[in-house]
Structure formats: structure tokens, C-alpha cells
Design a protein. Sequence first.
Length: 132
Amino acid sequence: MDFGFAVTNLTNPCGRRYCNFLGMETIGGKGKGATWMPQELAVLKDGDWSLDLEGAYFEEHPEDVFVECVKAIRRTKAGRCVNLVTPGSLGDPRDWLIPQLIALVKYECLNVREIRYIDQRACGGHVTRVFR
């Protein structure tokens, strides 16, 4: 699947991250002199948790699945895990999500012990577990 971006092309010529991928927005445009601000502050989850991305929005905008997955990993405390539930219509996450997620985790310098495919749910969605 082509999601419209490559992990190697996530920085602009100034070395700053693009706003559409990592939850950053600009004030004053995308050019020279723009100020980059985070859209939200991450609150760390105390325990293991799940992020359900099975809605119609994510089926129509699969590139946003990566954004939400990276945000979820950031919000997961060390020693805990997050279950990422993706739409069945996007296919097996071992083919499209996990390889990109491994690259994104490295790119973001997030400490992750393991990314593991768990199973397909009865409703058709897939569960991928990320251990911090």
C-alpha cells in the first residue's frame, strides 16, 4: 500500500519535522521563520491499554493510522504495552503497519521492546501489541 509518504522523507529542508505526520503545527506558515508548536501534550497511561482505530475515518485515511499509533506509543509508560486495533479492510498489519511502525519508532527514538501481531478479531479488525 502507498500511504503517500516515506519514512526517509519526514524532515523538511530546514531539518524540522513535517506537521502532518508527527502532531506538529506551524504558526506563520511552513516556510522560513515558522514556529513549530505541539498540538497536544501527551499524558502517560498508567497501565496497558488499547487504541481502537477501526472507524470509517481510518479506513478512508490510512496514513493517519501511523500518526495515531506513534502518539499512542509515546503515551505508553515503560514496562507497559498498547494494543493497536486497525481496520480489517486495510489488511494484515504484518504487511503494512508493522514494517513502517518499526521504522517510525527508530526515527522518533522511542524505546520499544517489541512490536508483535496478536490476532484478527471476530469483527475483522487486527490487533498489534507494542511493548515499551
